[in-house]
Design a protein around this ligand. Sequence first.
Ligand SMILES: Nc1ncnc2c1ncn2[C@@H]1O[C@H](COP(=O)(O)OP(=O)(O)OP(=O)(O)O)[C@@H](O)[C@H]1O
Ligand SMILES: [Mg+2]
Length: 335
Amino acid sequence: MADRRPKIIGSSKGLREVLARAARVARTAVAVLIEGESGTGKELLAQHIHDLSPRAAGPLVTVNCAAIPKDLLESELFGHERGAFTGALAMKIGAFDRAHGGTLFLDEIGDMALDHQAKVLRAIQEGEIQRVGGNAPRKVDVRIVAATHRDLPARTAEGSFREDLYYRLAGYTLRLPPLRERGRDIVAIAKALLAREFPAKFLSRAAQALLLGYAWPGNVRELENVVRAAAIDARGRRISEKVVLAQPAFAGVAKPVTGPSAAARLTAVRAFLEQRGRIAAADVRATVHLQKAQAHRLLAAWERRGEIERRGAGRSTYYVAIRGAEAARAARRCG
Ligand SMILES: Nc1ncnc2c1ncn2[C@@H]1O[C@H](COP(=O)(O)OP(=O)(O)OP(=O)(O)O)[C@@H](O)[C@H]1O
Ligand SMILES: [Mg+2]
């Protein structure tokens, strides 16, 4: 059977470093803590670590600590005996038991309540668990991988996360960089999604530049949503920047962007110029998501470097592309 599991895509320096460190720690039994904003691929990385580990043939069991109601989490983690509490009609095997010989992935660990934290700490420390309503401790052999989008040291400082558990979990810490710091990985991930779900469709250069220029607060998950929706909206095979701009994520276009380089912005503006021949300052702001003053500073800098030329004046000012600094000087001489 073909491996249908999604691959971790990207060749940016930050991602490559994380993957190299993940591969090293995967070989050991050390507990791993994965940090990163929401949608950066923490769950994917946990799976990857399991797959590269000597436990790959064993189970990978995931418990989302934020999604399970507080009073059910203990029996989810440790199981319960029949009749342990009202409604416990049958014995339940917990996640620690099911992960025996494999990996237990504790997702959103930063959201776990303090009393559960104490029990998890004991289970990790002793390598033993006790089912709810049971009295005989059971030995379990699990490798712990935990993830959170929260700042655990800060939670520890404020007293909502146990410091001793933090140090148990953070035997080795991996921090996934936000998508906006991964450069062209953005385009690679977008293309991979299209190849998977819309093999006939492709992104125009301007659309790609637009994706490169956006800050992606929801990271890879948001990128996948935007590209999928744009592919659905595109009438033909080509997904234009207009279709991308029409996506709700791009609604507040004047958002300042901190991540992408001036080069990526220039690429976006060039692609626009290629299509339309000319660009107004307002279009620049829409294309690269800048505030007015920033957009004007950028345009002035490109103009000085001879990348673009200003035409018209006042309200009807627009810019056209020119070829290199030579052309810019020639234009000024003739001007
Ligand atoms: N580098 C990547 N290449 C390809 N797909 C990725 C990559 N990183 C994440 N994804 C995809 O993005 C989506 C979100 O990833 P994942 O669920 O692992 O993120 P997360 O950090 O656990 O998010 P959350 O904090 O919201 O739980 C998934 O569909 C995943 O397959
Ligand atoms: Mg997750």
